[in-house]
Design a protein around this ligand. Structure first.
Ligand code: SAM
Ligand code: SF4
Length: 335
């Protein structure tokens, strides 16, 4: 029996987010630059390596796996990986297998995902206006994503929409998006825009719409009941009494959520980031590749990495510049 992963602040690490590719079929303005340079293929963990890596984390007590990217569903043969992970659901070692997706490929993959044991998906959608959608994703098509949402619901997947709150962009859609989700029994989570990646062309401070303000606006239309449930992550939830639906707020910038953090993030190259907002990381690809038939060095490297998990992050917009900024792109670490 392996001892569970406990970090220096007595937090049990039971949640792994895995970025399976840095590539994407969109170029969202807050996430990527238009001419992104992607990693050479040989840098990426193969699907077999991803399987071995995730299985090792599961052996060490990880109960929840979220697959992300880049856009996870553009990785070739990614369904093979999901199908492989379903054995851990069958054995009971893994409690949940989920993904975060932009929805562009869901009309193809919703059913196979369900068949592999996925029951919930997070779909990122910042606007219901076609022209605005094209503007914020640069390359995306709203129609295709809405087809993906329908396919996910039809396949029996529980859908959560994640929307990045952007000042002067989707402020005016707060109520329309809430209603649209309510009609489909979809919960909606708002995310504060984070100072990730290359700020060169984008004014991240100007884009910042504080969720405290968003929440006040919501309270003018609905009765909000605070929910005590926490997921160990940065989200807090309220229920709208009029619709019964759950609304989440991910506020890394206005609240500190680090004390209950239960998660770590693996990049598609096998780097393990211990905190979304800090540079602390460990290379797990070397012990994985150097010892193809022995998992002990990989397990040791994972334990050593958990031993350096920092207490928290330092994001702060309060001084009107993006303090605590981390230069890597969200698509690299995985959102
Ligand atoms: N491509 C998938 C998608 O869009 O859902 C998965 C990866 S994406 C990096 C994961 C999440 O990160 C998305 O919900 C996206 O909106 C969010 N995200 C990307 N850049 C962000 C930023 N600078 N601030 C806040 N959220 C961001
Ligand atoms: Fe792609 Fe998701 Fe980043 Fe948008 S947020 S560019 S969909 S990885």
């Amino acid at each position: 029996m392996n001892a569970p992963l406990i970090d220096p602040f007595a937090r049990a690490i039971t949640y792994l987010r895995v970025s399976v590719t840095d590539r994407c079929d969109f170029r969202c303005v807050y996430c990527m630059s238009e001419n992104m340079q992607f990693l050479p293929k040989k840098e990426l963990l193969t699907l077999e390596e991803l399987d071995r890596m995730c299985s090792t984390f599961i052996d060490l007590g990880v109960k929840k796996l979220r697959i992300t990217g880049g856009e996870p569903l553009v990785r070739r043969d990614i369904m093979t990986f999901f199908q492989g992970m379903s054995r851990h659901l069958d054995s009971g070692a893994l409690e949940e297998l989920t993904l975060t997706t932009n929805g562009s490929q869901l009309s193809r993959f919703a059913e196979p995902l369900y068949a592999a044991g996925v029951r919930r998906v997070n779909i990122s959608l910042d606007t219901l206006n076609e022209e605005k959608f094209a503007r914020v994703t640069r390359w995306g098509s709203l129609v295709q994503v809405l087809k993906g949402v329908d396919a996910a619901l039809a396949a029996g997947l529980k859908v959560k929409i994640n929307a990045v709150a952007l000042k002067d962009f989707n402020e005016d859609e707060l109520i329309t998006m809430t209603q649209w989700c309510a009609e489909r029994d979809i919960s909606l989570t708002w995310i504060e825009v984070m100072p990730m990646g290359d700020l060169g062309n984008e004014d991240r401070v100007g884009q910042y719409w504080a969720l405290t303000d968003l929440r006040k606006q919501l309270a003018q239309h609905y009765t909000l009941t605070e929910l005590t449930e926490r997921t160990g992550g940065p989200a807090r939830y309220v229920r709208l009494e009029e619709t019964g639906q759950k609304i989440g707020f991910i506020t890394p910038l206005t609240h500190n959520f680090c004390e209950s953090c239960n998660r770590v993030r693996l990049t598609c190259t096998g780097d393990l980031y211990l905190c979304l907002g800090q540079e602390d990381m460990a290379d797990l690809r070397a012990p994985l590749r150097n010892y193809p038939n022995d998992n002990a060095p990989l397990q040791d490297a994972i334990r050593a990495a958990i031993g350096i998990k920092p207490k928290g992050h330092d994001f702060d917009y309060s001084r009107q510049k993006a303090d605590g900024q981390v230069t890597r792109h969200m698509s690299h670490t995985g959102g």
